[in-house]
Every structure is written in structure tokens, then in C-alpha cells.
Design a protein around this ligand. Structure first.
Ligand SMILES: [Ca+2]
Ligand SMILES: [Ca+2]
Length: 403
């Protein structure tokens, strides 16, 4: 079938944000993005042409990325495609990149950048400036072009400035925290948000470490008393070749002993665990690995602890749980993310506003004693308190990381 060419209309209505008191800088406003497609005949689009999400990069007035290559779901609404709304502080911003992907994770449309070979085919090439006002939703309309009109370079996008799902994503500079394997941790004060109880969950982490030199059971994230959870590595067990990525809940550690890959091989890796009812599922580097049926009555297996959440260490067994190495990101959800979602988002930035996301430790540049929680809901503190202390991990970064 002849591939339809969509004439993507230009309605660059940036709903006028009536400028309110600019002093209210901490008050949030909203922004959403829309593209309109005028297909010939108005028939149903082929699935391959159906937008399901956009990749966006937004800079603040200082030129700092507040969303960097973030994936945002998009919905069809009255023949137009509209993204989920993003919350932003009041202020001025620029939209720097805008790429539309389909359910196969292929780029199908994108907005060219000023100065690129295809820029003159749209009325408004990127960057596009917009303002966010208190308690209002700014709607930004985008001109997009079919991706098959040219190469990424023709649209003004650097080849490696973003990646697609199922591909390696490269970043110029990956920021992380270095944990000493002795007592370092990030402390997130106890919160009802973490009391997920017997409900579904997803835990994720990006880390890099060497197996040699680790304590017995190094943890990526933990919060437990009698209830609660461990999320990290169990020592070699029952003949396993390597330390075992696992979750501990209640009295049980959910571990396998066969064919354990070395996730502590000095390279960056991603481990995810989801609970869905009585099923526990592990994913390594975005791919399903093993699944368990809970050993105990699922109604009794609670991950609520009521105490602080720790990254890089477990408070209940401090002597043998300190992780040695780098942690760049940790996520906790109160929903079971699907295998597709894990695979799609494991190496891609979140917006912080995804449904069910309760905590997203996102290590950006050195921020002193507080680490950025992308959900904006929690304080993540280096070590045991807001002053420098022996439990503080160290800010670090690595250039040209592909993962
Ligand atoms: Ca500290
Ligand atoms: Ca230390």
C-alpha cells in the first residue's frame, strides 16, 4: 500500500499564557504538545503511522535541559495528537527536540531544527519558545515532517543525541554517585509513598560495580524491618557463578542459582524487578530474565517497612550490604510495569510524572547533599544527614557512556 503522506498542519498556536506574577516561580503550570495530521480521506492510519509517544528535550531559560530526550505518551484526540501534560515551574522554556515514535519504537515524524536542510519545510523549526504560567496549561502546536524525508542529520539532529528503544543509547556525560562499599548510602526519609504493602511494584536501578571486593550481599535499594524489601545482590549461592540479582521480601529471598550472569563486571547494567499479583519478574538490561511465584501467601508479603529508604545499603544488616561502585539511577513504582515498558524505558529518561512512579533518584550534576528526585516528592540526602558525613557517596561522572 502506498504510504500516505501526511500534510501536517501548521497551527502554531501557543496558547497565550497570560503572564501572572513572575515572582511565583515555584508554582507549577502545565504544558502539552500537539500535532495535527490531515490525512487524505480522513481514514484510519496504518498502525505503523500511529504516534504513541514523543521524545522531547526542553531547556529552561538558562539553557539547562529540564527534560532531556524524555519519552512522553501521546493520545489521539479529535483527529489531533496530544501529549500528556507535563508539569513545569512557571517560566520561559524552549522546546529543543521533538520526535514522534510509533508502537514499534520507530521514529515516524519529527520537527526539524533551524538551519537544517529540511527546516524550510515547516513554519516553525526548533527551538520553539513557550511560557508556562500559574495554574494554566500552555498548549504548543508542532509542525512535524515524516521521518523518511531525510536522515536525522537532514533534520538537524546529531546522530547520537538520542537513541531509540531496543538500541543502545549514548550520552556525552553520565553522572552518578560512587559508593565506597563500607557505609555509603543515600537516605530518603520514610514516606507513605513507599508503603506499597502487598500491592504490585517495580524496582529499577542503573549501576556499575566489580564483583571482586563486594561484601556478601550488596544492595542497590533497601528498606526493611520485619517487613520491607531488599533489591540488589545476593551472595553466590548453591553453586552460582556470580552474585545474584534478587529481591528479598518478608522472610524470603527470591534467588536463582543457575546461569547467573555477571552483572558486576565493571560495566553499566540495569536490573529491574516487578511484582504482579503473586508473580515476581526480573529483567536484566531491559530483557526478561526469570520469574517466580511467591513462596508465601501473597496477601502476607508486604514491602512496607515504615522506615527510611536507603540506596546503596541496607539498614538492617549494615555489616554485609554496602554496595561498592556506581549508581546512576533508581526507580520505585507502585505498579507492575510491563515487559514492554521495562524494555522501552530502561535506558531512557523518564519525565518523573509517569503514573505509578513514586521515586526516581536521578543523578545529575553535583548538587551538594541532596540528590534530585524526579518525581519532586522526596528528599534524597547523601549519607546520614544534610552535612558532609562518612556515609556520603561521592559525585562523579563518566564521558561517552553507551548503555
Ligand atoms: Ca551527608
Ligand atoms: Ca564512607
Amino acid at each position: 500500500m502506498f504510504k500516505k503522506f501526511f500534510y501536517l498542519t501548521i497551527f502554531a498556536t501557543i496558547l497565550a499564557a497570560c503572564t501572572k506574577d513572575i515572582e511565583e516561580v515555584s508554582e507549577p503550570g502545565m504544558v502539552s504538545f500537539q500535532i495535527a495530521t490531515n490525512s487524505d480521506g480522513g481514514g484510519r492510519l496504518d498502525n505503523d503511522d500511529q504516534p504513541v509517544a514523543v521524545l522531547i528535550t526542553i531547556n529552561d531559560a538558562d539553557g539547562n535541559a529540564v527534560y532531556d530526550n524524555s519519552l512522553l505518551p501521546i493520545f489521539e484526540f479529535n483527529g489531533a495528537y496530544v501529549t500528556e501534560s507535563l508539569s513545569l515551574e512557571v517560566g520561559s522554556y524552549t522546546l529543543e527536540e521533538f520526535l514522534v515514535i510509533n508502537e514499534n519504537n520507530e521514529i515516524i515524524y519529527l520537527t526539524p531544527k533551524q538551519g537544517s536542510a529540511l527546516a524550510n519545510l515547516v513554519s516553525h523549526a526548533l527551538p520553539i519558545a513557550f511560557d508556562v504560567a500559574v495554574n494554566e496549561t500552555t498548549e504548543v502546536a508542532l509542525d512535524v515532517l515524516p521521518a523518511d524525508l531525510g536522515t536525522l542529520e537532514d533534520f538537524g539532529y546529531a546522530k547520537f543525541s538520542f537513541g531509540l528503544p531496543d538500541t543502545v543509547i549514548c550520552v556525552d556525560n553520565l553522572n552518578y554517585l560512587e559508593f565506597d562499599g563500607a557505609d555509603d548510602r543515600v537516605t530518603i526519609p520514610a514516606s507513605d509513598d513507599f508503603n506499597i504493602g502487598t500491592g504490585d511494584f517495580t524496582m529499577e536501578a542503573w549501576f556499575k560495580g566489580d564483583e571482586a571486593g563486594q561484601v556478601a550481599h550488596p544492595q542497590l535499594m533497601a528498606s526493611r524491618q520485619s517487613n520491607g524489601f531488599l533489591f540488589g545482590f545476593h551472595n553466590r549461592w548453591n553453586g552460582s557463578a556470580h552474585k545474584i540479582p534478587y529481591v528479598g521480601m518478608g522472610r524470603f529471598n527470591y534467588i536463582v542459582s543457575d546461569n547467573v550472569p555477571n552483572m558486576l563486571d565493571g560495566e553499566w547494567h540495569h536490573f529491574a524487578a516487578t511484582r504482579s499479583g503473586d508473580q515476581l519478574n526480573y529483567f536484566l538490561d531491559g530483557e526478561p530474565w526469570v520469574s517466580f511465584t511467591l513462596y508465601e501467601d501473597p496477601a502476607q508479603v508486604s514491602i512496607s517497612s515504615g522506615i527510611d529508604l536507603w540506596v546503596g545499603h541496607d539498614s538492617r544488616s549494615p555489616g554485609n550490604t554496602a554496595f561498592e561502585g556506581a549508581i546512576a539511577e533508581v526507580r520505585l513504582w507502585n505498579v507492575a510495569r510491563s515487559a514492554d515498558e521495562i524494555g522501552l524505558f530502561f535506558n531512557r529518561a523518564l519525565t518523573g510524572q509517569e503514573a505509578g512512579l513514586v521515586f526516581n533518584l536521578n543523578v545529575v550534576a553535583n548538587q551538594g547533599q541532596v540528590v534530585f528526585d524526579k518525581t519532586g516528592q522526596h528528599s534524597a540526602i547523601l549519607g546520614s544527614g544534610l552535612s558532609a558525613d562518612a556515609q556520603d557517596p561521592v559525585w562523579a561522572s563518566e564521558a561517552d557512556v553507551c548503555r
